[in-house]
Write a protein of this length. Structure first.
Length: 73
């Protein structure tokens, strides 16, 4: 499997994982106040960034180790 294809697959998989994680778990970690402020926006941004980081690492492991072995690269 080519390096470009692996990068594309990692991007697609990490985006899907981050979206899923953020939508499912963000509500558990963030209390929704009546009126949001900058502090609430910062918390949400940091949480989403953490999900994105974790999803990219997971996707990279899956693509580079699991899928690459299967394709013989």
């Amino acid at each position: 499997m080519s390096e470009d294809l692996q990068k594309r697959m990692i991007t697609i998989l990490s985006t899907a994982l981050a979206s899923l994680l953020a939508s499912r778990l963000a509500d558990r970690f963030l209390d929704e106040p009546e009126e949001r402020g900058v502090k609430d926006d910062v918390k949400e941004a940091l949480l989403k960034a953490g999900f994105s980081l974790a999803a990219t690492i997971i996707a990279s492991i899956v693509i580079r180790n699991v899928v690459s072995r299967r394709w013989g690269s």
